[in-house]
Design a protein around this ligand. Sequence first.
Ligand code: PLP
Length: 452
Amino acid sequence: LDVIRAVEPRVADAIGAEIEDQRAQLKLIASENYASPAVLLTMGNWFSDKYAEGTVGRRFYAGCRNVDTVEALAAEHARELFGAAHAYVQPHSGIDANLVAFWSVLAQRVESPALERAKVRHVNDLTEQDWAALRRELGDQRMLGMALDAGGHLTHGFRPNISGKMFDQRSYGTDPATGLLDYTALRETAREFRPLILVAGYSAYPRLVNFRIMREIADEVGATLMVDMAHFAGLVAGKVLTGDFDPVPHANIVTTTTHKSLRGPRGGMVLCDAELAEHVDRGCPMVLGGPLPHVMAAKAVALAEARRPDFRDYAQRIVDNASALAEGLLRRGASLVTGGTDNHLVLADVSGYGLTGRQAEAALLDAGIVTNRNSVPQDPNGAWYTSGVRIGTPALTTRGLGVREMDEIAGLIDTVLANTRPGTTANGAASKASHVLDASVADQVAGRSADL
Ligand code: PLP
């Protein structure tokens, strides 16, 4: 830190403070983790200075032999780990990986001169006319993805996201009575809508998805099945999700982030069948700029870690911990969407405590417990205030916490929420944003959070 402090002390201080926070707080954000020192060190070196547009052995820059080595290694580890025909490890993030996948499916399945032009430009450089031509020629291609309030992700066709603008989009939800995916309703929607792409995968669904059934539905309506496994990639890598619940054998194309349950560097990745490989490999320059060699190197290291036998044990413990947390919360009277969990996350409906998700998130943070507010299905409080809190176990499992600690943490969460009430606005009305948490409860729980 002294090297950084000599240049910009405020950044050094912020890094120090972040390390302190991450030590003292209980990190229960379902999409976060702790990458290993090997992964972190691989990112902080001179690889970050290198330009390497193109792909392995076909670069637009000289001097890329070492980048070729790490990109090829990361792809090889990814193929071996997930049993995929092809892996593309350049995407800078999950959103980028999804954009590469969307454009690859369009390039594979739709004839369009405007698309050919778009492939050689960055997406940010496309003009209004380019978009108009694309829409005309692509004929409003259809995408069917999981609704945001059912647990889907922004990039699965949500209107404010580019996926919702690129495609004529429709979404599928969950059964209002059970909160579970309703495959019969989904099949009916798919039959009627006939999407080009059926997107499966989620950010906040606490159960498993049957990808065999998803593929059956996709095949029946002539759709390409794309699975975004960003959240549960670590569970697939660790062989906790197998058979019908492993997306790789069933999907035409699979995208993921590398930094969530997979515990690698921040980044994205695409796995696909042989037919899509040539399109996916054009991710740069079709959608992406130059790849990040230091991050691809770190992906290779993280994927090598995930191929080790102890990663299977880690993945199983993530799920065991999430179950223990869910049981602990239920026993204390909390309400959970779908009544529990089968994966790495729990979605608690905090309206029974008289709170919005935003108030619960803030109160928990006061007590050293870091979560994020999240919509519940048909959320009356919308996507900003929400009625839910999403709680995930990948990070604390990395720290070695087990089922006994999860039960205690469920107790801490319940104590905080039970001792929090909504604040009031300036004119005395009940607020959806502010909260009041008894200071002694906050201190007591924060102390215990730091000790754990
Ligand atoms: N896909 C899913 C299912 C996600 O949950 C997320 C991130 O939360 C993303 C994609 C986007 O990943 P990134 O933030 O790396 O763009």
